[in-house]
Design a protein around this ligand. Structure first.
Ligand SMILES: Cc1cc2nc3c(=O)[nH]c(=O)nc-3n(C[C@H](O)[C@H](O)[C@H](O)COP(=O)(O)OP(=O)(O)OC[C@H]3O[C@@H](n4cnc5c(N)ncnc54)[C@H](O)[C@@H]3O)c2cc1C
Length: 369
């Protein structure tokens, strides 16, 4: 019988898994090498979506995950870390418009909500946008998409887990796993502490391959860096996620805006000593694109630039649930974790406690890699 579960990592995945495990009655220890939300979950665009995700199983899983956010936020008083304001997207050239038409047709075919808006309709939604920055029509709108505040979500999930008896260990890395006869017996921490376990859940995000390796498993990952630009508070009305050709942006609470675009990810450099820097000219370019789209942003300054590492399994799809050859070791690792973690974490927790979730998780098993 599974009594004690160690969850490695306290990002969105670790928090969601721990919350679900404790709701199901397990004794849980969550261990993080740093602070909760100090990893990728603290440096993410966190757009909740299933916009163009392939294959169909991944699309459907993302849609159910979006519903899980909606449900959780509705259940919890002050669950206002979840913002379902929709997402606007348009393209700058013919090739981009072709791509976008294809994407919209594809998601409509899957029964996902999407519609085309004109410039005037978009200005009703986003009155502070510069009309000159918008095409006359063919602006895609995905009304059920939104964004989350991951740090507040993690705070809520971990506080629930702790109130149900979980122990939260910070600033103490998992350094070893004791595996004998095809079972993980104990987790060793940098402090020298040894935790006997009935099950382990690997929620170490970009470091998930390292934890898998401690268990003798090879998890191929192709992580990438992403640059995120946080502005000072600014009195401009931005109510939703916007994917414009040269800048992606969304509100970030208290009037701050978060700017991003994958085009600038190459501007992040990691030195031999692990220090991360970002080319200033690239940051300036993204901020200028934001100002061109929302002239009211002119007075905003850049408060911080963060670099997040996307945890991307080798084939791009999530890795979730038990391992056949090591049945008390479980994965909860993916890109798009801001979208997936509440739903996926619940399924992984159920499986760690002995409920087979193969119907839901078949497409995301470790063994396919
Ligand atoms: C630029 C960028 C944009 C993104 N945009 C989106 C988006 O729009 N929508 C979306 O859904 N997703 C998005 N993502 C992806 C999403 O943010 C991640 O999938 C998610 O945050 C991963 O959460 P996690 O809990 O797996 O990892 P993390 O948040 O990194 O948590 C892992 C934790 O494990 C801990 N850890 C690591 N090694 C050890 C160890 N040895 N012992 C103990 N603890 C350890 C770390 O300290 C860390 O706190 C984006 C990511 C980036 C970088």
């Amino acid at each position: 019988m599974v009594e004690h579960v160690v969850v490695v990592g306290a990002g969105v995945y670790g928090a969601a898994v721990a919350a679900s495990l404790t709701r199901r009655g397990a004794r849980v220890t969550v261990v993080d090498a740093g602070a909760p939300a100090g990893g990728t979950s603290g440096a993410t665009f966190s757009w909740t979506n299933s916009c163009g995700k392939q294959p169909r199983a991944y699309h459907d899983f993302s849609v159910v995950s979006m519903e899980a956010h909606r449900r959780l936020a509705a259940e919890v008083p002050h669950g206002d870390w979840y913002h379902e304001g929709g997402n606007l997207e348009w393209a700058a050239d013919d090739a981009g418009r072709q791509e976008l038409r294809k994407k919209v047709a594809g998601v409509l075919d899957y029964g996902y909500e999407a519609r085309w808006l004109s410039r005037a309709e978009v200005l009703d939604l986003e009155p502070d946008m510069n009309p000159g920055g918008l095409p006359a029509d063919e602006i895609a709108y995905f009304p059920r998409e939104g964004w989350i505040e991951p740090t507040r979500l993690i705070g809520h999930l971990l506080s629930g887990a702790v109130s149900r008896g979980a122990e939260l260990v910070r600033d103490d890395a998992v350094t070893d796993l004791e595996v004998t006869a095809g079972v993980v017996r104990a987790v060793r921490l940098a402090s020298g502490r040894r935790l006997s376990v009935d099950a382990v859940v690997n929620c170490a995000g970009p470091q998930a391959a390292r934890i898998a390796e401690l268990a003798g498993l090879a998890l191929p990952m192709r992580n990438t860096l992403g640059v995120l630009i946080y502005t000072s508070p600014v009195a401009v009305s931005v109510s939703r996620v916007v994917h414009a050709p040269h800048v992606h942006l969304r509100p970030d609470g208290a009037g701050r805006l978060l700017l991003h675009t994958p085009d600038v990810d190459d501007a992040a450099h990691v030195s031999d000593t692990g220090e991360i820097s970002v080319d200033q000219s690239v940051v300036d370019r993204v901020v200028e694109a934001g100002r061109a789209l929302y002239p009211g942003m002119r007075s905003a300054t850049v408060e911080s630039v963060r670099v997040g590492e996307r945890p991307i399994p080798g084939d791009g799809l999530p890795v979730l649930g038990r391992v056949v050859d090591l049945p008390n070791f479980h994965f909860a690792v993916s890109h798009s974790g801001a979208t997936l973690s509440v739903h996926a974490g619940d399924l992984v927790a159920a499986e760690a406690l002995g409920e087979d979730q193969s119907d839901a998780l078949a497409a995301f098993r470790f063994e396919r890699l």
